[in-house]
Design a protein around this ligand. Structure first.
Ligand SMILES: Cc1cc2nc3c(=O)[nH]c(=O)nc-3n(C[C@H](O)[C@H](O)[C@H](O)COP(=O)(O)OP(=O)(O)OC[C@H]3O[C@@H](n4cnc5c(N)ncnc54)[C@H](O)[C@@H]3O)c2cc1C
Length: 274
C-alpha cells in the first residue's frame, strides 16, 4: 500500500481543491475580452466539495488521513480552511509569484511536485472540473506526471480496499466499471454524493488551524522551477469572449390548430431540429 516510505497502517488520501470566483459574479470586460473577477467572491470549486466528501467517507472506512492541496494566491488559504472545516486533516497551499500564469500543464506539474514532496499517498481525489477554467485536464495530467492510473467522471465508488478501488465511471452513453490498483487518481462528478454543510464548531476550529504554505523554492529539490508558472506553460489565453446569441420570433398565422402544428413541424424540420 502507498507510494514511497510510509506508516504501514495509515491510508493517505490527497484532495486537490481550487479556489474559484462565485460563478454569478464573474463578468467579461467588453474592452479587453478578459474575465473580470474583481467583484467576485472567492469560493471553493463546487466539484471539489464532492471530492472532499469522497475522501471523508473513505477515511471513515479505512482510517488514515486526508490532506488537501491548493495552488493559488495567498487568499486561497480560505479554501483550505473550508476544506479543513469539512473534514480534511492537513492543508497545504502552493503560493508563489513563480506559479503565476500557469496553464493546466504547469498547474498539474506543480501539484504533482507537491504530492511527491508529501511522499506518501494511496489515492488522489479531485473534482471533475472547475467552474472557472472548466478544462477537466488537471486531474488526468497530475496522474500522468505521477505515472499512476486514473479514472475521470467517477459517479460511484463501488468498493475500496487498501490496495484497490472499483469505480463506476460516467461515459457519454452509459457507464464503465473500472478496477484501479492503488495508488491512483480519480476525478468525481457532482452525482457521487451530497456534501453536507460544515459544522459551525469545525469552521471556528479551522479558522485557527495551521495552513502550510509552500513556495517554488520548497519544491525546487523535487521539480524544475522552469516548469512552474508562465515559463512552464506552452499555451496562452489570447482572448476570452461570450457567445453572441441572436433571437428571432416567428408567428405561425392562419388555419386550424392541426394546420399550425403541421407548419411548425415543417419549420423545425427545415431548421434541422427534427
Ligand atoms: C492556455 C491557458 C492559459 C492560462 N493562463 C492563466 C494565467 O495566466 N493566469 C491564471 O491565473 N490562470 C491561467 N489559466 C488558468 C489555469 O491554467 C487554470 O486555472 C488551472 O490550470 C486549472 O485548470 P482548470 O481550472 O481548467 O481546472 P480543471 O482541470 O477543470 O480542474 C479539475 C480539478 O483539478 C483540481 N485543480 C485544478 N486546479 C487546481 C489548483 N490550482 N489547485 C488545486 N487543485 C486544482 C481540482 O480538484 C479541480 O476540480 C490558464 C489556462 C489556460 C488553459
Amino acid at each position: 500500500m502507498g507510494h514511497g516510505a510510509k506508516d504501514e497502517k495509515e491510508f493517505n488520501v490527497i484532495v486537490l481543491v481550487k479556489q474559484v470566483p462565485e460563478a454569478e459574479d464573474v463578468r467579461i470586460d467588453p474592452d479587453t475580452g478578459r474575465l473580470d473577477r474583481s467583484s467576485a467572491e472567492a469560493v471553493t470549486n463546487p466539484f471539489d466539495l464532492n471530492a472532499i466528501e469522497v475522501a471523508n467517507r473513505i477515511k471513515e472506512r479505512l482510517g488514515g488521513k486526508v490532506t488537501c492541496i491548493s495552488m493559488g494566491p495567498l487568499r486561497a488559504d480560505s479554501t483550505l480552511r473550508d476544506s479543513l472545516a469539512r473534514g480534511c486533516d492537513r492543508g497545504i497551499l502552493l503560493s508563489d509569484k513563480k506559479f503565476g500564469g500557469a496553464d493546466t500543464l504547469a498547474t498539474s506539474y506543480t501539484l504533482s511536485c507537491a504530492i511527491k514532496k508529501i511522499g506518501s499517498f494511496d489515492l488522489i481525489v479531485c473534482g471533475e472540473k472547475t467552474t472557472d477554467g472548466d478544462t477537466g485536464q488537471v486531474g488526468p495530467e497530475v496522474a500522468e506526471q505521477l505515472d499512476i492510473p486514473h479514472a475521470c467522471f467517477v459517479e460511484e465508488i463501488k468498493a475500496i480496499t487498501e490496495s484497490s478501488l472499483v469505480v463506476r465511471r460516467k461515459t457519454e452513453n452509459g457507464y464503465m466499471i473500472l478496477e484501479l490498483k492503488l495508488p491512483a487518481l480519480i476525478s468525481v462528478t457532482k452525482d457521487i454524493n451530497e456534501p453536507p454543510l460544515p459544522l459551525l464548531k469545525n469552521k471556528i476550529k479551522a479558522r485557527k488551524a495551521e495552513i502550510e504554505t509552500w513556495s517554488a523554492s520548497d519544491l525546487s529539490e523535487i521539480g524544475d522551477v522552469e516548469r512552474f508558472g508562465l515559463t512552464g506553460s506552452p499555451t496562452r489565453v489570447v482572448n476570452v469572449g461570450s457567445p453572441h446569441v441572436e433571437k428571432e420570433t416567428m408567428m405561425i398565422e392562419g388555419g386550424s390548430s392541426r394546420e399550425k402544428a403541421k407548419k411548425l413541424v415543417d419549420i423545425l424540420e427545415d431548421l434541422g431540429f427534427l
